[in-house]
Design a protein around this ligand. Structure first.
Ligand code: TYM
Length: 370
């Protein structure tokens, strides 16, 4: 069996995504489900390519939707640093769901979580990053009328009564089994999951009636939502619907782009020069020499540059196929792919950075306050 670990705080080893689904007990998104989504709008690239690949109860939520029961969206960010491309992926998809279904979105920024789980971070730092990250969220073009962003330490009096009801239903032994806490874990960490659960019920509380909630996010967050779903019926709320994506890889060949290796991570604020440098050093499926690659071809299956095209940066399926075939046949070398990817990412970041700049004057349009 593959050796890997995926928790909300750490990912290690080579992730076998099918095996992970089995471990967590989530359901694959199959072609029939994608076809069913087609009724509402052309499936997003991330769905079509099954990067959003697994779910909990999406079919049930669609049954309800067809009977006229709406839903709201919930997702989040733990502000421990600047935003990178991996974070944007589930948010871009969340925006597609918002646009397609006209759903409201609650966006939780967990400055408390990152304070509790990062030894070296102060509450002031996590708050500063919260506002930096919010610029990236707004820059993606969410609907200000339907998007409600909140920072835990600022909005806590609304979350706390819900979190308390959740916390009362979770024993220490469950929390330890799900998250692996030790005697040395601080007690804030043990309570924290109830804060991440709270927004899954916030929409119901604000609407004054049980309302379905859909959470698109990375599959690394599933442990929290297993707990959330377990306590939901006892609190009189529907079980939260989950839509999970695979993780956007790191440039060094690792399975998760993560701030723990900044040189293998592309931040939304990186300059074109930095992006070029980072991609220049990316792990590829190239052969040891040009001659050998011309002769035997490269291996796109293991290549991070190809994966970036696949995950986000080549929308055209035909062109993607062409890149794959040319690489395999030795007709295309790594330098060409790296150059094309650099151009695509820099064009994306240029637009994103312009929108991020404009977002500075728009924060209050999106904030959920008293
Ligand atoms: P955080 O800040 O680690 O990540 C924010 C979101 O980005 C996803 N993510 C990734 N997705 C694809 N590829 C990657 N390389 C990658 N790295 C991170 C995460 O799965 C997440 O969806 N505890 C949470 C904050 C949170 C939250 C939520 C997340 C609070 N409520 C509800 C999702 C849904 C956290 O620290 O996420």
């Amino acid at each position: 069996m593959a050796e890997f670990e995926v928790t909300p705080w750490e990912v290690s080893g080579d992730i076998d995504y099918d095996e992970l689904m089995k471990r967590f007990g989530t359901t694959p998104i199959d072609d029939a489900l994608i076809d069913r989504m087609r009724k509402y709008g052309e499936p997003h690239l991330l769905l079509r390519r099954k990067i959003f690949y697994s779910h909990r109860d999406l079919d049930k939520m669609l049954d309800d939707y067809e009977k006229g029961k709406g839903f709201y969206l919930y997702t989040g960010r733990g502000p421990s640093g600047m935003t990178h491309l991996g974070h944007l992926m589930p948010w871009i998809f969340t925006k597609w769901v918002q646009d397609t279904f006209g759903a409201h979105l609650y966006f939780q920024i967990t400055d408390d979580e990152k304070f509790l789980f990062k030894d070296d971070m102060s509450l002031e730092q996590t708050k500063d990053y919260a506002y930096e990250n919010i610029l990236d969220i707004i820059a993606l073009g969410f609907d200000p009328e339907k998007t409600h962003i909140f920072i835990d330490t600022e909005y806590i009096h609304h979350l706390y009564p819900i979190a308390l009801r959740v916390a009362k239903k979770i024993t220490f032994s469950t929390a330890r089994a799900v998250f692996g806490f030790q005697n040395s874990s601080n007690i804030g960490q043990i309570f924290y999951t109830s804060i991440q659960s709270a927004p899954a019920f916030l929409g119901s509380v604000l609407n004054g009636r049980p309302t379905n909630c859909l959470v698109p996010c990375g599959i690394d967050q599933d442990p929290h939502f297993r707990v959330t779903r377990d306590v939901a019926p006892g609190l009189g709320y529907p079980k939260t619907t989950m839509l999970y994506c695979k993780l956007f890889p790191s440039l060094s060949g690792g399975d998760k782009m993560s701030s723990s290796s900044p040189d293998a991570t592309i931040y939304t604020t990186d300059t074109p020069k930095k992006v070029k440098k980072k991609i220049g050093r990316a792990f590829t499926g190239g052969a040891v020499s040009v001659e050998e690659q011309r002769k035997n071809g490269g291996n796109p299956e293991v290549c991070t540059v190809y994966k970036y095209f696949y995950y986000m940066f080549e929308e055209d399926d035909k062109k993607l196929r062409q890149i794959y075939d040319e690489c395999r046949a030795g007709e295309r070398l790594c330098g060409q792919c790296k150059m094309e990817l650099t151009e695509k990412i820099n064009a994306f970041l240029q637009r994103h950075q312009e929108n991020r700049e404009k977002a500075k004057d728009r924060i209050e349009e999106f904030m959920l306050r008293d």
